[in-house]
Design a protein around this ligand. Sequence first.
Ligand SMILES: [Zn+2]
Ligand SMILES: [Zn+2]
Length: 178
Amino acid sequence: MTHASVHRGITPTPAIDRIARLCTYEDRGYTSLCCIFKGTLVQGYGQITLSSRLEGKRRKVRVHRYVWEHFNGPVPGGLPLDHLCRQPACCNPDHLEPVTDRENTMRGLGPDAQRARFAAMTSCKRGHKFTVENTRPYKGGRVCRECEREHRARNRDQINANRQANRARARLRGEKPS
Ligand SMILES: [Zn+2]
Ligand SMILES: [Zn+2]
């Protein structure tokens, strides 16, 4: 956009319209159609330059973020937007969700994501390491022995109470206590 064209009365097109014209709806295997940006891609993400006249300071923006904020307002806390459809060029606002960095890392496919997932798979929910000594196979997965011990300790009183009740019932029925 030059000053000359402004003087000739040519109005720049709002970014949201420019984006819409550069998108095609495609079935990329998600629950609904992806809105794939066909303009400039940077690291797989759509990018456009905002017009200084219409959108304030001229700057490059990520298309998916621009579209989401256009419909929803600023992303809370400036969080990253995660592509639920795993298509970085998609700017369907229904396919985007603000996430914390950690959630995004866990969902992603990069080395950080793989490390985070690996860490989650090599220890139990409560952070005990899945060593050979600390695990036993159970229903195709594994059980954390440390958690099991803690669980048993917590339930010991309950288990003892149940045993006594069972013995009492057995006596009432005239059975020999086992
Ligand atoms: Zn999508
Ligand atoms: Zn554990």
